[in-house]
Design a protein around this ligand. Structure first.
Ligand code: AMP
Ligand code: MG
Length: 473
């Protein structure tokens, strides 16, 4: 049996000559940078290619664009052609004048004919254009014993020349877009009280669209802009919410439930009472706290008959979840636009979409809450988010006691004993809501909720605590 298998393996003439990476290096010897793209030909381009070649060809190719000094200098496609019954795979590089730069065979699968991969044959293709026949007995000599494979390479070369002509050379905007995407686009916009920065390997238009949306969400969720829908609800106590506001309020309810009320968007009356909203800080009396606590609770946001109503005098504060929520919406827009590598940085909440080219994830530094320039460690994000809640920026002191801006909605009092909490989760909404919730409810909440967290106590001499899955580099 074993002998048989060996014999069969030997008879099988399949040969792998080059990996994709090696093939690209042969074609683009001087390339400073090569951008890889899965190419799906638009219907009209596909039709034009078939019309030129007078035969049917596939509409998907692995494409590579060579860039030097910020300009495209060549295009290569990796493609297959049938030899006898099996396919062979090869790369054809073309310069911007439509001339073959080089051709190389990656894989030959048929038992015979692998000699078509030899330089003696392939070198004849250099400099060929669509005006050349590229045919046996015309301008090409084939290798004896490899006729079908040589024919396949010649056919495939003409195919690549036609695709490059139609998609890249006749439509230079396609080439231009790829050159632009070779370096990441970095754009910033101010919203929700901080700067949002998006770094993306993708079209600028997509990044602009995502940032516009962050601004749009600020216009819906802000509790500082009077005309926002959330402010309107706070004022009028009841309205027919947009689908956007509904989606946001549903998420608020979800994370309140998941955190047993440690995170609660109805905490606003307490935030006001302690003066955190208008920075007129004061320590209220316990009677005032008692009275305010009666206004608060996740059940005080009531959905009925298509409207939403705030009861018992509650109001909403989006501060603990709004940025994370907006980050997720921005990520959705980037993804829809075909971007699969981006970093959305909204200060306290960040999201790493995919990975930067050649790396395992987007690196984020976790800062020391006692010394913001010091980095405690870093994490690599791949389709994941980190948010941090801290007491170091918004707090006031009375009689040596520090009061921070994160309040326990169950006691009505600012949380003490915590300096900062960072949470790693699959969405920014979750990491943002839970960073606040765990600040209030402690690390056990992270374990119950299935998120990873780093909990740093207010006492700089005490040790930080973390969940098992929190593994900084
Ligand atoms: P973050 O920095 O994400 O933890 O959000 C903190 C902000 O959310 C505060 O400045 C308040 O406006 C608001 N907030 C404070 N405590 C809570 C809480 N327990 N649940 C929801 N929001 C809160
Ligand atoms: Mg938060």
């Amino acid at each position: 049996m074993i002998l048989w298998a060996l014999l069969l393996a030997c008879q099988d003439g399949a040969q792998v000559f080059l990996s994709e990476e090696e093939a690209v290096k042969i074609v683009f010897r001087h390339g400073e940078k090569v951008v890889r793209r899965e190419l799906l030909l638009p219907v009209e381009v596909h039709a034009a290619v078939e019309d030129r070649l007078k035969r049917r060809v596939e509409n998907r190719y692995r494409s590579f664009v060579e860039i030097r000094n910020g300009e495209a200098t060549g295009v290569a496609l990796i493609t297959d052609e049938v030899t006898k019954t099996l396919t062979m795979t090869f790369i054809v590089g073309v310069d911007l004048q439509g001339r073959v730069i080089d051709v190389a065979v990656l894989e030959h699968r048929e038992k015979i004919g692998a000699d078509s991969a030899k330089r003696k044959f392939l070198d004849q293709l250099l400099g060929k254009t669509l005006r050349d026949p590229i045919r046996r007995k015309k301008d090409m000599l084939h290798v004896v014993g490899a006729t079908m494979s040589c024919d396949a390479v010649m056919r495939g070369t003409r195919k690549v020349l036609a695709v490059v002509q139609e998609y890249f050379l006749d439509r230079p905007e396609n080439l231009h877009a790829i050159v632009q995407e070779a370096d990441p686009v970095v754009q910033q916009r101010y919203g929700m009280g901080s700067l949002c920065t998006i770094t993306a390997y993708g079209p600028k238009a997509a990044v602009e669209q995502a940032l516009d949306d962050v601004r749009r969400w600020d216009g819906i969720l802000s509790n500082y802009l009077e005309e926002s829908e959330l402010s309107q609800l706070n004022r009028e106590r009841s309205l027919h919410p947009s689908t956007d506001l509904t989606a946001f309020l549903r998420d608020c309810r979800k994370y309140s439930d998941l955190s047993d009320g440690a995170f609660d968007v109805t905490v606003a009356p307490l935030v006001d009472l302690w003066g955190f909203r208008n920075r007129k800080y004061r320590v209220p009396s316990s009677a005032e706290i008692e009275a305010t606590l009666r206004k608060i609770g996740r059940d005080h946001v009531v959905f009925e008959n298509g409207s939403v109503r705030l009861i018992d005098g509650t109001t909403l504060d989006p501060g603990a979840i709004g940025k994370g929520f907006a980050v997720d919406r921005a990520v959705e827009i980037l993804k829809k636009a075909g971007v699969n590598s981006a970093f959305v940085d909204f200060g306290s909440s960040v999201f790493g979409l995919g990975t930067p080219p050649g790396e395992e994830g987007w690196r984020v530094a976790i800062r020391d809450p006692f010394q913001k320039e010091r980095v405690l460690g870093s994490l690599r994000l791949k389709d994941a988010s980190v948010s941090t809640s801290g007491n170091y920026e918004k707090f006031f002191e009375v009689d040596g006691r520090k009061y921070g801006h994160i309040l326990d909605p169950r006691t009505g009092i600012p949380v003490e004993g915590v300096a900062s909490v960072s949470v790693l989760a699959s969405t920014a909404t979750a990491s943002d809501a839970f960073s606040t919730a765990i600040f209030v409810g402690g690390l056990d909440l992270a374990r119950r909720a299935g998120v990873e967290a780093l909990w740093i106590p207010a006492d700089p001499n005490a040790e930080p605590r973390m969940t098992d899955g929190w593994v900084p580099e």
